[in-house]
Write a protein that binds this ligand. Structure first.
Ligand SMILES: Cc1cc2nc3c(=O)[nH]c(=O)nc-3n(C[C@H](O)[C@H](O)[C@H](O)COP(=O)(O)OP(=O)(O)OC[C@H]3O[C@@H](n4cnc5c(N)ncnc54)[C@H](O)[C@@H]3O)c2cc1C
Length: 419
């Protein structure tokens, strides 16, 4: 039996007694007046931080404050791709640490996060894409991350629904695969961490918006003003993704972050047609098939900064056009839903982790379009910093300070995809 007592035996036993024995997955406590640590943001990163802080460092007097509902931000809106195919050593180390934690996460949390290592294939459509692939694969191998170059024939075999005809709008010349990469169930990741953190005594407080920060006369953080009153804390951490600049403005410092809407789409359920994740380097469009059968599709960012979670029409047209051109057999498939989340994009497309100009206030942001895969890493990094007062070695290169030292980690320029 794991920490929550979920097991095959429990499922069987509850089946025999009308499911009457299940407890609520987490409590709904009233906020206390004071905590050792307050974490703002009940997405994956905030919840994972609380879990690792309680589990690894034994700090349990923690509150996670969420203005809406758990996972209602990007964690519950994303297309769930998990990979560590980055170019720079620092990024590969961070994201591969995350991948390794994902590999054991269902067991760690006693909660099935449905991590499916079905592989992620990137498609090259031109001579230049092929050059980029060679360079990218070389860097990944040097960084110790698994990858294989794929020929055009191998891709045709693995992804039979792709248009491989000579007159294809986006001819496929080759590509590469990271076999350990894949997808997980997004809200299970949030719920699994929430449940495990709650079991360790963490107070998860939903419908509680942080509206201000209070500081001691020496400048050190003293707590947060919220829609449910003031809550004191020795340390405060924020993991609020697309709303990072909103809170930083309130706290009185600036972040090199721009917030954009990023859209996703899901089709009606189909019989199995795709057993991997495919990303086109030319169009930025990628798709996978969920366990329910729907094709889960993503593309590029919307064109201008916005907090509107609906997304704009030109991006819808570009994404759907590219899907129809690259996968003609899907041309008549119906779409069930489209939505957007507000992502926090940094100029060098790398996250910001660690100290802020306000003593006692730490930050985790800037994951942009790719922070679902980083949830276990983001959680372990922020927990380490909160508990020890020092950044973790893997997080050190990603400090806010890099924007004054110039030591940027420009993944957008290096690997050609934003995050
Ligand atoms: C359409 C889409 C597709 C994506 N696809 C992928 C993908 O395939 N793979 C991948 O790795 N990543 C992907 N991402 C990115 C990924 O979803 C995010 O990077 C990740 O979920 C960020 O997690 P988080 O916990 O930092 O933020 P969130 O999950 O957004 O959580 C932040 C929380 O903070 C809360 N909050 C904000 N302000 C306040 C306040 N003042 N007080 C209290 N609470 C507050 C919000 O309500 C929110 O719940 C995608 C994102 C989108 C939008």
């Amino acid at each position: 039996m794991g920490i929550h007592g979920y097991s095959g035996w429990r499922v069987f036993r509850e089946g025999l007694r009308d499911q009457a024995g299940w407890k609520r997955a987490w409590r709904s406590p009233e906020p206390k007046s004071r905590y050792d640590v307050v974490i703002i943001g009940g997405g994956g990163h905030g919840l994972a931080t609380a879990y690792y802080l309680a589990k690894t460092y034994g700090i349990r007097n923690i509150a996670v404050l969420e203005k809406g509902w758990l996972g209602g931000g990007n964690t519950g809106r994303n297309t769930t791709v998990i990979r560590s195919n980055y170019y720079y050593r620092e990024s590969a180390a961070l994201y591969d640490h995350s991948m390794k934690l994902y590999e054991g996460l269902s067991r760690e949390l006693n909660y099935n996060v449905m991590f499916s290592q079905r592989g992620v294939i990137a498609l090259a459509h031109s001579r230049h894409d092929l050059d980029a692939v060679q360079r990218w694969v070389g860097a990944m191998r040097i960084n110790g991350v698994d990858t294989d170059i794929l020929s055009r024939e191998e891709i045709a075999r693995r992804v039979p629904i792709l248009d491989m005809s000579p007159e294809a709008r986006y001819p496929v010349l080759g590509g590469f695969v990271q076999k350990r990469a894949g997808t997980a169930r997004h809200d299970a990741v949030a719920w699994g961490y929430a449940r495990a953190a709650d079991m360790l005594g963490v107070d998860i407080i939903q419908q509680c918006e942080v509206t201000g920060f209070r500081r001691h006369p020496n400048g050190v953080i003293a707590g947060v003003e919220t829609s449910r009153g003031f809550i004191g804390a020795k340390k405060v951490a924020m993991a609020v993704a697309g709303h990072s600049t909103v809170l930083a403005d309130i706290a009185g410092f600036r972040l090199p972050v721009t917030s954009y809407a990023l859209q996703a789409f899901v089709t009606e359920p189909l019989k199995p047609v795709l057993d991997t994740v495919v990303l086109s380097l030319a169009t930025g469009v990628y798709l996978s098939q969920s366990d329910k059968g729907g094709l889960v599709i993503g593309g590029s960012l919307d064109l201008y900064p916005s907090y509107a979670q609906r997304g704009n029409i030109p991006t819808v047209r570009n994404v759907l056009g590219a899907v129809a051109q690259q996968y003609p057999s899907l041309g008549r498939v119906r779409f069930l839903r489209q939505w957007a989340g507000i992502v926090d994009v940094v100029a060098d497309s790398s996250p910001i982790l660690g100290a802020t100009p306000i003593p006692g206030l730490l930050i985790n942001c800037g994951w942009g379009t790719g922070g679902f895969k980083a949830i276990p890493a983001g959680g372990t990094m922020l927990a380490h910093h909160l508990a020890t007062g020092e950044p973790h070695a893997l997080a050190r290169p990603f400090s806010l300070e890099r924007f004054s030292t110039g030591a940027l980690i420009d993944e957008a320029a290096a690997s050609g995809i934003a995050h």
